[in-house]
Design a protein around this ligand. Structure first.
Ligand code: PGA
Length: 253
């Protein structure tokens, strides 16, 4: 059995200006005791990447920098988009791709997710590929089909063992930012299924090694139960990552 290093990734979404983001990452960094048992990632908005990145480098915190999206072209007439090269220049290491809010509000499809993944990997950025079903899909029993299609579409043409360079996050849409939490054993089951799909595409070894996070209302009160599940390798955290105290307690689950 492969041992997978747990990851806690904070998705700050459209919160925190540059100065507030620096305060938050300092508060998180100062509370961590240098333990490297868990890989910690923060994903501020684009406008705070530079200031957070400089802070991470200067203060030498064990925290990695992530972005929340990336475009697939290196440069060009694409108003409002951010290229992988631009992220690389800011020492960004991870990038969230295909978050359900992008799919829901900004027309992201499995095809555009796939293009973004290829571009990110091609530039040495590590994508955090998000998948997950909505309430209607869950209630009609289509969770595994939807998630399998998102994995297959997203990973199309990505060959070989990507377990060191890509992370998957399973986030049931009905549990994001709502009061509802997926049952840990149900989340574990879906993640086991995702691993099977990855195995059928890229081989059993990749499937065993790739980290798959859970996301959707992860909080200090439910994190340890979620982390007991054998398939859950960490969390992609929205709301609770905006409080240093909460996020640090997630990291120290
Ligand atoms: P939440 O968001 O933790 O606020 O539910 C999770 C996410 O959208 O990644």
């Amino acid at each position: 059995m492969a041992t997978r290093k747990p990851m806690m990734a904070g998705n700050w979404k459209m919160h925190k200006n540059a100065a507030e983001a620096v305060d938050l990452v300092r508060a998180i960094g100062n509370d961590l005791d240098g333990s490297t048992a868990v890989e910690v990632v923060v994903c501020p908005p684009f406008t705070a990447l530079k200031s957070v990145g400089v802070t991470l480098e200067y203060d030498k915190y064990e925290i990695k920098l992530g972005a929340q999206n990336v475009f697939w072209e290196d440069e060009g007439a694409y108003t409002g988009e951010i290229s992988p090269l631009m992220l690389k220049q800011l020492d960004v290491e991870y990038v969230i791709v295909g978050h359900s809010e992008r799919r829901q509000f900004f027309g992201e499809t499995n095809d555009t997710v796939n293009k973004r993944l290829h571009a990110a990997l091609g530039h040495g950025l590590k994508p955090i590929l998000c998948v997950g079903e909505n309430l209607e899909e869950r209630e009609s029993g289509r969770t595994t089909d939807v998630v399998a299609a998102q994995i297959k579409g997203g990973l199309a043409g990505i060959d070989g063992d990507f377990s060191e360079s890509l992370v998957i996050a399973y986030e049931p849409i009905w549990a994001i930012g709502t009061g509802r939490v997926a049952k840990p054993e149900d989340a574990n089951e879906v993640i086991r299924h995702i691993r099977e799909v990855v195995g059928s595409l890229n081989g059993a070894e990749t499937a065993q090694k790739v980290r798959i996070l859970y996301g959707g209302r992860v909080k200090p009160g439910n994190v340890s139960r979620l982390m007991e599940e054998p398939e859950i390798d960490g969390a992609l955290v929205g709301g609770a990552s905006l409080s240093a105290e909460d996020f640090v307690s997630l990291i120290k689950y």
